[in-house]
Design a protein around this ligand. Structure first.
Ligand SMILES: [Zn+2]
Length: 285
């Protein structure tokens, strides 16, 4: 029996050529960002692309995706049932990634109570999935704000690892700034903590063996939190100094930075803004 809103697509995993497979699933509107609100912030953050990212709960998966592959984002090569090309966010994969990796990785670098604190917004499956889907979409909106990624690729901006990492950081910052316009404060803090949780629990653990823009961005957050005296190292592990800390304050500082950066966007995006480099540099002192 076909479920209502069931869609069948063929897709390919980002970055892999020619691996078309079938995915069947249900579009999950409750995990989408409100399109009216997104439209309102489109101008403010100079969104140059179409987010076209739809969260989907898979019902069946055939072919390549049956392999144990961790990609949560799929760019479909065609739609079987009409419609435009949209990027699919596989909610089940997002959750799987969280369940399998995040707390065990966090436990390697944080003490037990800090790990518990960091994962707290995501522990409940339904609520956690909603936050993760929003967090992902906001980050992608951050990427397509201001100059397009294509333009930057063409100009060779991403040939340098530190510029790639700054682009990841920039996407997070803009994503948080957008969240500030879309959600209430408590939910913004949940999103902020979730980004930290996922960056540190999923990306940062690869830092020593697999230096890439995401792991480097996670490492920058460690330095940032240390610099702000939010975390400290004790017996070889990091711990939050005070979990009653006002995260909204920290969040505000970062989003003000994001808004400020959109004034001088070209040099910022291209990793050349001296003010930005100075700020990041201070984290390492
Ligand atoms: Zn990114």
């Amino acid at each position: 029996m076909e479920l209502e809103n069931d869609i069948v697509i063929t897709g390919k995993v980002v970055g892999y050529k020619g691996d078309n497979s079938l995915i069947k699933g249900v579009i999950s509107n409750e995990h989408s960002l409100d399109p009216i609100k997104v439209e309102l912030i489109r101008k403010q953050f100079q969104i140059v692309g179409d987010i076209s990212l739809i969260p989907m709960l898979e019902t069946e998966l055939f072919g390549y995706f049956n392999n144990n592959h961790s990609e949560a984002l799929i760019i479909p090569s065609m739609w079987e049932s009409g419609g435009t090309e949209k990027t699919i966010l596989r909610l089940k994969k997002l959750r799987e990634r969280f369940d399998l990796h995040v707390s065990s990785n966090l436990n390697k670098i944080f003490d037990q109570s800090s790990t518990k604190f960091l994962i707290s917004p995501l522990v409940n499956e339904a609520e956690g999935l909603k936050i993760q889907a929003h967090e992902y979409a906001l980050h992608e909106l951050g990427h397509i704000s201001n100059n397009s990624l294509l333009k930057k690729y063409k100009q060779g901006v991403f040939s340098n690892l530190s510029c790639q990492a700054i682009e990841e950081l920039r996407a997070d910052l803009i994503g948080w700034a957008i969240a500030h316009n879309v959600f209430d404060s408590a939910y913004c803090v949940d999103i902020f903590l979730s980004t930290l949780c996922l960056r540190l629990g999923y990306d940062y653990h690869r830092f020593d063996n697999d230096l890439n823009p995401h792991s480097l961005c996670g490492e920058m957050y460690i330095q940032f939190l240390k610099h702000k005296k939010v975390i400290k190292k004790e017996n070889g592990k990091y711990k939050f100094c005070d979990i009653s800390f006002d995260f909204m304050e920290l969040f505000d500082e970062l989003i003000n930075w994001a808004i400020e950066s959109s004034i001088n966007v070209d040099s910022y995006e291209y990793g050349l803004d001296k003010k930005i480099l100075k700020k990041i540099g201070a984290w390492y002192e």
